[in-house]
Design a protein around this ligand. Structure first.
Ligand code: BES
Ligand code: ZN
Length: 636
């Protein structure tokens, strides 16, 4: 199907010259990308993907367009891609290229030698271990009849699907042609153009496996008309169905009626949230706001892919509490997707603003009480991160320096909750009405741009004159720890729960009438406020009464199991094992594996953790596999 594969190039001799040239001109614009500051940023990519489920690979062609012709070496990011050819699209003349040796964090640079070219096409294939892709065999899906594949590109994994300038400083439009077995369907974080039979020349000749490829194939075409950073590239292919839940929202999931119905019920209030978001932050610019509920191995709670948010099925609890995750991913439509952090060093601009915006939406649709509870859980999380990073306070800064650092390894609550605190502090200083106007202006000013912390601070100082005399902006953005003018949220329910948790230490269990109206979030806050280690007998009592270890709400169950592990209460190993084998969300894997392997006297737990990981890892997304591997490596 893909042209150019048979030609050979004498890249070896060129490699040295490129390396020399590179050394002379290289000025990376992002610690996580090979993108060079002197090179134009591609503005459009046209992608053709041929999905080979039998080998868990994609055969791909990527045609990149530059805003101006370029001569000399041109650098792209790549990871575990096999490049078979690069050529000029009109003449089909080959262009010399070379791949660097792999960097453990950034992957490889693909250097293409251009001579006044503004377009070129790369022919490549992905590896079965592509860090962005999870290929699920039928038994790993809910329905168990068909395979499934999906992406997770944030932070730096788009490069493992196609070569690109994989930095959020870049914004690209794209078109994509996905070719896959006709009994499956595709969704993308993009607009669907059509589903059609493959044209001549798009034949399935390259695929020999009779199971997935000997049958008919189909092509689905998509277009992303708005310029987006590469980490927002996303698709899923599988047996996917949907339900309509609002005028611009469908819920997609594996085509199982119960799953679709439960998802449709859980997210029925989405349109109301979009309207609230528009009222607070300005027009919704992405036309559609669809949701895709993924298999249980999805490594995040949610991912804000534009036009189509990706969600873990664990948010479907039957009590509409999944709405908080949707509110968060929806809020990214303004903060993150419209205004994007220029590099991961400024990640707080994405997540801190979004956490603030999420809580403003939740406050309107679910009430101040729930919003305050979320703020309380967030505060608790922030305090805990300070403890976790006490030996590396660098990671408690809002503006970070991630040179030589893998963003997946340093993922934490700091950009979310310290970022939230910073914005809340500004709100308290200038008052909500003024802050709301400021936010709207900020979004309108920087939309479709990638910005850094200084650009935000300058905008703040210009629009709120004198703010630097009221708030220590440098301390907030460049200092470590929690600034003294941060604020623990206060609300009746928050205070009540924290004091009940303190009483647990004195041996008092909460009474039935005290917890009668508690949902998952109340329990989560309660458990997170208990000491790290408690008497095993007390834990067993608490569980006998409230069945927390069996909770359907993973936030509650995991908080309880984490406490059980660090309290060396071994009665729960079965439940821990079951949990680690049934979900792949890193929010649950991280604390459970960490609790198992850190600290002294945990020899039995360490062996247990290693065994469970070796049995469960195949079911985790590659990003989650990497994160668990590095947790175990740190302690074993
Ligand atoms: N963008 C993040 C997920 C992410 C962050 C993926 C960094 C890769 C690298 C997403 O918006 C997020 O924050 N998800 C949270 C949801 C929550 C805060 C409601 C999650 O997954 O837990
Ligand atoms: Zn987020």
């Amino acid at each position: 199907m893909l042209a150019g594969g048979s030609r050979t190039y004498h890249c070896k001799t060129k490699t040295l010259t490129f390396a020399e040239l590179q050394a002379a001109t290289m000025a990376p614009i992002d610690p996580h990308s090979f993108t060079d500051s002197s090179h134009p940023l591609a503005t459009h990519i046209s992608l053709s993907f041929f999905f080979d489920f039998s080998s868990s690979t994609i055969l791909g062609a990527a045609a990149l367009s530059l805003p101006r012709p370029h001569s000399g070496p041109f650098l792209l990011d790549a990871r575990s891609l096999s490049i078979s050819a690069v050529f000029e699209p009109h003449t089909k003349n080959p262009l010399p290229f070379s791949l660097s040796s792999p960097d453990p964090i950034k992957g490889q640079s693909l250097t293409v030698s251009l001579s006044n070219h503004s377009r070129f096409t790369v022919i490549f294939s992905t590896s079965p271990s592509s860090s962005a892709l999870q290929w699920l065999l039928p038994p790993q899906t809910f329905k168990k009849t068909n395979p499934f594949v999906y992406t997770q590109c944030q932070a730096i994994h788009a490069r493992s699907i196609f070569p690109c300038q994989d930095t959020p400083a870049a914004r690209i439009r794209y078109s994509a042609r996905l070719n896959f077995p006709a009994r499956l369907s595709a969704v993308m974080a993009a607009r669907q153009v059509e589903r059609r039979p493959p044209a001549a020349g798009e034949a399935a000749g390259v695929c020999e496996d009779s199971l997935w490829c000997g049958e008919g194939r189909v092509v689905e075409e998509f277009v992303m008309d708005q310029p987006v950073p590469p980490y927002l590239f996303a698709f899923a292919v599988g047996e996917i169905g949907f339900r309509e839940v609002g005028p611009r929202t469908r819920v997609y999931a594996e085509a199982v009626p119960e799953v679709l119905d439960a998802a449709a019920r859980e997210f029925a209030g989405t349109e109301e949230m979009i309207r609230v978001g528009e009222g607070l932050f300005g027009p919704y610019e992405w036309e559609r706001f669809d949701l895709l509920v993924l298999p249980r191995s999805f490594p995040y709670g949610g991912m804000e892919n534009p036009r189509m948010v990706f969600l873990t099925p664990t948010v479907i609890k039957g009590d509409a509490s999944g709405a908080q995750v949707v509110a968060h991913e929806l809020a990214h439509s303004w903060t993150g997707n419209l205004i994007t952090n220029k590099t991961n060093d400024h990640f707080w601009l994405n997540e801190g603003f979004t956490t603030y915006a999420e809580r403003r939406i939740v406050e309107v649709v679910q009430g101040e009480g729930i919003a305050a509870l979320n703020m309380g859980i967030g505060w608790r999380g922030l305090v805990e991160e300070m403890e976790r990073f006490k030996d590396n306070m660098e990671l408690t800064k809002l503006k970070t320096n991630q040179e030589g650092v893998d963003p997946d390894d340093v993922y934490s609550q700091v950009p979310y909750e310290k970022g939230f605190q910073f914005l809340w502090r500004i709100e308290r200083q200038i008052g909500r009405p003024v802050f709301d106007e400021f936010l709207k202006k900020y979004i309108a000013t920087f939309k479709f741009q990638s910005i850094d912390t200084d650009m935000f601070l300058n905008f703040l100082k210009t629009n709120v004159p004198g703010i630097e005399n009221e708030i220590d902006l440098a301390l907030w953005t460049e200092g470590t720890g929690i600034p003294p003018d941060a604020m623990e949220p206060v609300s009746d329910i928050y205070t009540k729960i924290v004091s009940l948790a303190n009483e647990f230490n004195l041996g008092r269990m909460p009474r039935e009438d005290e917890v009668a109206d508690w949902h998952g979030q109340e329990w989560e806050l309660y458990l997170e406020n208990l000491p790290k280690s408690v008497e095993a007998s007390q834990l067993l009592d608490l569980d006998a009464r409230y069945r927390l270890s069996e909770s359907k709400d993973y936030e509650v169950k995991v908080a309880f199991l984490q406490l059980a592990i660090s309290s060396k209460c071994r009665d729960y190993h079965n439940e821990v094992e079951k949990t680690l084998k049934e979900v792949g969300r890193m929010k649950y894997l991280r604390p459970l594996y960490t609790a198992l392997v850190q600290g002294s006297g945990m020899e039995e737990e360490k062996i247990f953790a290693k065994r469970v990981f070796s049995e469960a890892r195949e079911c985790y997304h590659p990003i989650a596999q990497g994160v668990v591997k590095s947790i175990l490596a740190k302690h074993l």
